[in-house]
Design a protein around this ligand. Structure first.
Ligand code: GLC
Ligand code: CA
Length: 560
């Protein structure tokens, strides 16, 4: 029931995600940093967002670019100092932007002092901070068959302890033993530290992985992430997340948990509103699987019906009970225009995709560069890649006998590095990202055409479209709180849904075709009574019963 939906600031906000290393370099060493971020706060504010989520800024050996933390209470020197962070926090707050930190507590870096102690032996205070086991076959084989999400074994042998430690991600990312109450107390302390400083919440990295099934039984044999069924939604997850809520629940803040392999049904156990709610929202992955199986590396043809089924499920099942986190890009996903849109119709399709997800019920997240329609760089040589998962998958595929050329073709499409090229600020040297001779990572050569400066000046740009769309969302509660009905599910060239709220109605129309297609309005919607509020083409003419949609055309009609 539309009227029973509870309002909250975190439901109304839109969030901009910054991946610091590639956002903006403020000191000319080729690496993005806090000084650079500070200089762009006005730009971020100008998008019409309400918050910034920072991918990890903490001290880290950067084996997984910040998701391997060596000190939870300090800023990585290459990004700046704690003073620099406080200036950003303050500058954001002054502009009415909240700040969301990444909380990575499923694992630490292997250089974290806890791990350096823990690996020394069994009789030290940090001995049980990680998941240590004896191997099988006289310690010759790992304790079970679990494999890393990044390919390769899930265990690493350490001679000092004559034991193996579990790492669900890179070898340098040992999993914390969350069953140890001391570890949970550390997590709560870390949360408190940042909340007391004034940050406004956390995006919690693979937080649904923190509880592993007792006995760590063998998993279904998969080349990557074998064992995942034993920890995607482990036995103590609820208990531990409720414990963390004892801390954050006392602050006016927001929590968003990253939840791979999550389904709406299971999500409702965790994020349904009420006393037992563990997190405000979850990032699930199902809608990022419309062109692949589970991960972008197992490529399939884009399937619009699959995408619509996922969205409709989440919209319907959560409505009035829990809240959706909406995104189509982040630092782990290749650029969406390459995947669900069209390079030929880059501008049109980027705008259409923006409407497609932002006009649903939920909190939209926008990843740096998405707002100017950045595209995959598609590097050709494995040595140009930086991402640990890309390298591991490459070597695994090569060991299976797959040709270099074939893997590289796939990487060009699927690698996370596609999202990690420096933001293209202008058509000047190094896209205005850095004054250094060489940025830390290659810049997409298309920066001469695709850049923020060009987009600022063009009233018709993707950037200005995002601004308009976010303003429209802010000014119309129906976009935020309305219910959702999908139309024409069977069509594979069109995504159409309606929203209703307090007597108003809205119709969202998205063409996924490179051709002109006919659109017939659903019976309850007479287009001649609706007002076309958003469109990615000039002159959206229509008759009562419908219209012709141009390639990747999108329209939003409001009926008041
Ligand atoms: C999450 C992060 C990803 C990281 C992984 C391990 O999926 O988004 O970037 O590699 O967790 O921390
Ligand atoms: Ca720098």
């Amino acid at each position: 029931m539309a009227n029973s939906i509870k309002k909250a600031w975190y439901k109304e906000m839109a969030v901009y995600q910054v991946w610091p290393r590639s956002f903006c370099d403020g000191n000319g060493d080729g690496i993005g940093d806090l000084k650079g971020i500070l200089s762009k706060l006005d730009y971020i504010k100008s998008l019409g967002v309400d918050a910034i989520w920072f991918s990890p800024l903490y001290v880290s050996p950067q084996k997984d670019y910040g998701y391997d933390i060596a000190d939870y209470r300090n800023i990585a020197p290459e990004y700046g100092t704690m003073e620099d962070f406080k200036a950003v926090l303050d500058g954001a707050h002054k502009r009415g932007l909240r700040v969301i930190m990444d909380l990575v507590v499923n694992h630490t870096s292997d250089q974290h002092p806890w791990f350096l102690e823990s690996k020394k032996g069994k009789d030290n205070p940090y001995s049980d901070y990680y998941i240590w086991r004896k191997g099988r076959m006289n310690n010759k084989l790992p304790p079970n068959d679990w494999r890393s999400t990044f390919a390769g074994p899930g265990w690493q042998y350490v001679p000092e302890r004559d034991e193996y430690y579990l790492h669900l991600f890179a070898t340098e990312q040992p999993d914390l033993n969350m069953d140890n109450p001391k570890v949970r107390a550390e997590v709560k302390d870390i949360m408190k530290f940042w909340l007391d400083m004034g940050v406004d919440g956390f995006r919690e990295d693979v937080i649904t992985f923190i509880s592993k099934r007792e006995g760590l039984p063998d998993g279904f044999p998969l080349p990557v992430a074998a064992g995942v069924e034993h920890y995607i939604d482990g036995p103590h997850l609820h208990e531990y997340l409720m414990e963390f809520k004892d801390v954050w629940g006392k602050y006016d803040c927001v929590t968003i948990g990253e939840a791979p392999m999550m389904t709406p049904k299971r999500a409702l156990k965790h994020i349904s509103e009420g006393d037992e709610q563990e997190l405000n929202m979850m990032f699930h992955f199902q809608h990022m699987e419309a062109d692949c199986m589970f991960v972008s590396w197992i490529k399939m043809p884009f399937n619009l019906k699959k995408l619509k089924t996922v969205y409709t499920n989440w919209q319907k099942q959560l409505y009035g009970k829990a809240w959706n986190a909406l995104y189509i890009e982040n630092h782990d996903q290749p650029r969406v225009v390459n995947r669900y849109g069209s390079l030929k119709y880059r501008k049109e399709s980027a705008k259409m995709l923006a409407v497609m997800y932002i006009c649903q019920s939920g909190t939209p997240f926008i990843y740096q560069g998405q707002e100017i329609g950045m595209t995959n760089i598609g590097l050709k040589d494995i040595n140009q890649y930086e991402d640990v998962s890309t390298k591991n998958i490459y070597h695994m595929a090569r060991s299976f006998g797959v040709k270099d050329e074939t893997v590289m073709k796939l990487a060009a499409y699927a690698s996370r590095d596609n999202a990690r090229t420096p933001v293209q600020w202008s058509d000047e040297k190094n896209a205005g990202f850095t004054s250094a001779d060489k940025p830390w990572f290659p810049i997409n050569p298309n920066y001469t055409e695709i850049n923020v400066k060009e987009a600022q000046e063009d009233p018709d740009s993707i950037l200005n479209f995002y601004r308009k769309l976010l303003k429209f969302r802010k000014e119309n509660e129906i976009v935020i709180y309305g219910d959702y009905t999908e139309y024409y599910h069977e069509r594979d060239d069109l995504y159409c849904y309606g929203r209703t709220y307090e007597g108003k109605r809205m119709l969202v129309i998205c063409s996924f075709s490179e051709k002109n297609i006919t659109f017939t309005a659903p019976p309850a919607y007479d287009l001649s009574f609706g007002k076309c509020m958003i469109c990615n083409y000039d002159d959206p003419t229509a008759v009562a019963g419908g219209c012709v949609l141009r390639p990747y055309e999108t329209r939003v009609y409001l009926f008041e």
